[in-house]
Write a protein that binds this ligand. Sequence first.
Ligand code: GAR
Length: 209
Amino acid sequence: MLRVGVCVSGGGTNLQAIIDRIGDGAIENASIELVVSNNKNAYALERARQAGIEAVALSPRDYESREAFHEAFMETLDAHRLDLVVLAGFLVILPPQMFPRYENRVINIHPSLIPSFCGTGFYGLKVHEAALKRGVKLTGATVHFVNEETDGGPILLQKSVEVKDGDTPEILQRRVMEEAEWVLLPQAINLIAGGRVRVEDGKAVIEEG
Ligand code: GAR
């Protein structure tokens, strides 16, 4: 059984998609052991509690230094003996000691087709604002392994989504979530739980099922 920890900062719709796909059996051999948020008011924590999952709030503001926060964060993850850490809308830079300790064991969902509209400053609605400003006809979502470079790790899955006339950032965000994010993230976890993913020469390779 793959022991999964999910890090969240906001509403937690991606977390919900994972909970639901474990519930209906689309994700096999995985269980969520922990949900961590930097924001104690994140609705994602409520979603976790409602699903009977341990939910922990750890805010950098509650610690006297970044280092102290990093240590507490690592201790919490380590204590749950996680095989995989999923960043599902987690807006905090990971502690440097995550790497190489959790190398190829952390994945992130990003709401664009990387390498477009990614890197420092591109998160949440800002990504969709930038896509609309540039006038792209296709956008989408990417699940990638996380390394020290923001949004720079090996790409595991991508799915494109059409941009339509009259889209606002909010409308586009919702379409990208519905058509791509909530599909890709559970799919990625299921592939990893099934032992079908390896990283080779900095690229993610998926074995046929
Ligand atoms: C999602 O759209 C996710 O892709 C994005 O934050 C949102 C969280 O929504 N993540 C990033 O922008 C990371 N750079 P959720 O809390 O409802 O899952």
